[in-house]
Write a protein that binds this ligand. Structure first.
Ligand code: MLT
Ligand code: ZN
Length: 464
C-alpha cells in the first residue's frame, strides 16, 4: 500500500527543505521513535523539520504523489501512541515552527505556530494580564499543535473548558499539499460545517496544523487552593459532585489516590506528611477577582466536604505552597511511570458516576489480578487509571489483561462515558473503538477520513 523513502525520494525532499533539517541517521531517528506511551518503538525512515507552511506543503505533495506515509509530531508527550510512525515513512516534526506570531489585545486572541510550548504561550499572555487556560500536566514541554490534535484538557477544564473552546481558526496543510484556513477569527461560527472543530481532536489524520488562532480571556486576579484528605476513594469521589450541587464551580478539582501521592513524595524527595488513615485526596482550586468572595466559597466547600467524613483540609497559604501542591499533582504521571510497569487508561464518565467507576476499577483489578493507581480531573469525571503489572505473569499482562481493559471500558460506557477523555485513541486504544461506536459510526468517521485523505497517507494506523 505504501512506498519506501528511496534515495530518489530523499533527493526530492532535499529540493524543498535544507538537508540539515532532514534527519536520516538512526541515532537521530531514535528520538522520534517513541512517545510517552508504554514501550513502543517505531522508527520513521526520515524526519523533516520544516520552518514554514510552504515547506510542509511541498513535502506533503511529494509524499502524496509517491504514496509515502506521513506522521506529524509535536513534542512526543502523547499518551496514546498517536505520533508514532507505525508504517515508517516521513515524520514531520514541528519543533522549528515555535513562534507566537501575534498577541491581539484588542480582540483577546493570539496567533501561534504549532511548535509553541503550551506554558510559553501561557506565560507570554499572562504578562499582558491574559489567560490561556488549557494546561495539560505536560504544559512545560507539550506543543500547542499536539494539544489541538488531541483535543487536550487538563485541570482547568472543569471551569474553562477544553482546548475546543479556545481554537478559533486553523491553518492546515491537507494531505494533497493544499493549504487552507478552516474558519474565521470569530467567537461565533454558523457558516456551514465547522472544519475547525473537525481538525481539533483529529489526531493529525486529516491535515497538518501550521498556524492556530487561539482565544484568550482576562486573567483572574486571585485563586485559593485546598488539599483535602478522605478515608476512602468513594467518599472523595462522592464529595466531588456534591460541590457542584452546591452551585460552586471550582477552577480545578483533582482526585489522587494515596499510592500515587506517596510515589510522588518518594520520587521528588518531598517532606509532606499524609494522614495515616487517608486513602484519597482532592485538590480543589477556586479563582476569581474578589478574595473575600473566594474565602466564602472555600468555607462552603469545607462544609460540604464534612458530609463526606473529610479527615483534614489543608489550606495553601503561600504561592510556594500552592506551587508545591500543583507540582505534586502534575508530576504524578511521571512518578508512577518511574516506579512501575504500567498501562494507562483515560476513562471519563458523567461526574456523579465517579464513585461507581472507582469501585468498578478496583473490582475489575481484583478479578484480573492487577493493582491500579488512579488520579485525574474528577471535576470532569475524568480518571486516569494506571494499571500496574506488579506480580502479573507475562501471559496475563500481554493477553488476559486485554479482557480486563475491555471490561473497564464497558463499564465507563455503561455509565454514560467513553474510552478517552483527553489522551486520544491513537494506536493504543483503537482496538476498543468498536466498544463505543457501532459499525455505522465508524463508517461515517472513516468516510470523513477518505474525503480528506483518499490515499490514507496521513498518520496511518491511528484511531481506526
Ligand atoms: C495528567 O493528568 O497527569 C495527564 O493527563 C498525564 C497523565 O495522566 O500521565
Ligand atoms: Zn490528565
Amino acid at each position: 500500500m505504501y512506498n519506501k523513502i528511496t534515495i530518489d525520494i530523499l533527493n526530492l525532499f532535499k529540493q524543498v527543505i535544507d538537508s540539515n533539517r532532514l534527519l536520516v541517521d538512526t541515532n537521530q531517528l531514535a528520538d522520534y521513535a517513541h512517545d510517552e506511551t508504554e514501550d513502543f518503538h517505531f522508527f520513521p525512515e526520515a524526519v523533516a523539520l520544516p520552518e514554514s507552511p510552504d515547506e510542509i506543503a511541498a513535502l506533503i505533495k511529494i509524499c502524496h504523489t509517491h504514496r509515502i506515509p506521513v506522521t506529524p509530531r509535536g513534542a512526543g508527550t502523547g499518551l496514546s501512541g498517536g505520533s508514532l510512525a507505525v508504517h515508517g515513512g516521513l515524520m514531520i516534526g514541528m519543533e522549528r515552527m515555535n513562534q507566537i506570531l501575534e498577541i491581539d489585545e484588542q480582540n483577546l486572541q493570539a496567533t501561534v505556530e504549532p511548535g509553541v510550548i503550551t506554558e510559553v504561550l501561557m506565560q507570554a499572555v499572562a504578562e499582558k494580564g491574559l489567560l490561556y487556560p488549557v494546561d495539560p500536566a505536560s504544559k512545560g514541554s507539550c506543543f500547542i499543535g499536539g494539544n489541538i490534535s488531541y483535543g487536550s484538557g487538563g485541570p482547568r477544564v472543569v471551569k474553562y473548558g477544553t482546548i475546543r473552546e479556545y481554537i478559533l481558526n486553523l491553518q492546515v496543510v491537507l494531505p494533497n499539499g493544499e493549504i487552507i484556513w478552516t474558519g474565521a477569527n470569530t467567537l461565533k461560527y454558523a457558516s456551514g460545517y465547522n472544519l475547525t472543530q473537525l481538525f481539533i481532536g483529529a489526531e493529525g489524520t486529516l491535515g497538518i496544523i501550521c498556524k492556530a488562532v487561539v482565544k484568550l480571556i482576562p486573567k483572574p486576579a486571585e485563586n485559593l487552593l485546598l488539599f483535602a484528605s478522605f478515608r476512602s476513594n468513594e467518599l472523595a469521589c462522592e464529595a466531588v459532585s456534591a460541590i457542584f450541587r452546591k452551585g460552586i464551580v471550582p477552577s480545578a478539582l483533582e482526585f489522587m489516590e494515596r499510592k500515587g501521592v506517596a510515589w510522588v513524595i518518594e520520587h521528588e524527595h518531598l517532606t509532606f506528611n499524609l494522614m495515616p488513615e487517608a486513602e484519597a485526596f482532592l485538590l480543589i482550586e477556586v479563582d476569581g477577582n474578589q478574595l473575600d468572595e473566594l474565602m466564602r466559597v472555600c468555607e462552603q466547600i469545607n462544609d460540604t466536604l464534612e458530609h463526606y467524613h473529610c479527615l483534614d483540609v489543608l489550606f495553601a497559604e503561600s504561592a510556594s505552597q500552592k506551587e508545591s501542591l500543583w507540582h505534586l499533582r502534575r508530576i504524578m504521571g511521571v512518578s508512577v511511570k518511574s516506579k512501575a510497569i504500567y498501562k494507562e487508561e483515560d476513562t471519563v464518565v458523567p461526574r456523579a458516576a465517579l464513585p461507581t467507576l472507582i469501585r468498578g476499577i478496583k473490582d475489575i483489578g481484583q478479578r484480573y489480578g492487577f493493582e491500579s493507581v488512579c488520579y485525574g480531573h474528577a471535576g470532569d469525571g475524568n480518571l486516569h487509571v494506571n494499571i500496574l503489572k506488579g506480580e502479573m505473569s507475562a501471559d496475563d499482562w500481554n493477553n488476559r489483561l486485554k479482557e480486563g481493559i475491555r471490561e473497564l471500558f464497558e463499564l465507563t460506557i455503561k455509565l454514560g462515558g467513553t474510552i478517552s477523555g483527553e489522551h486520544g485513541i491513537g494506536l493504543v486504544q483503537r482496538e476498543y473503538m468498536p466498544l463505543k461506536y457501532t459499525p455505522l459510526h465508524l463508517e461515517l468517521m472513516q468516510g470523513i477520513k477518505k474525503v480528506f485523505d483518499p490515499h490514507q497517507i496521513l498518520n496511518p494506523g491511528k484511531i481506526f
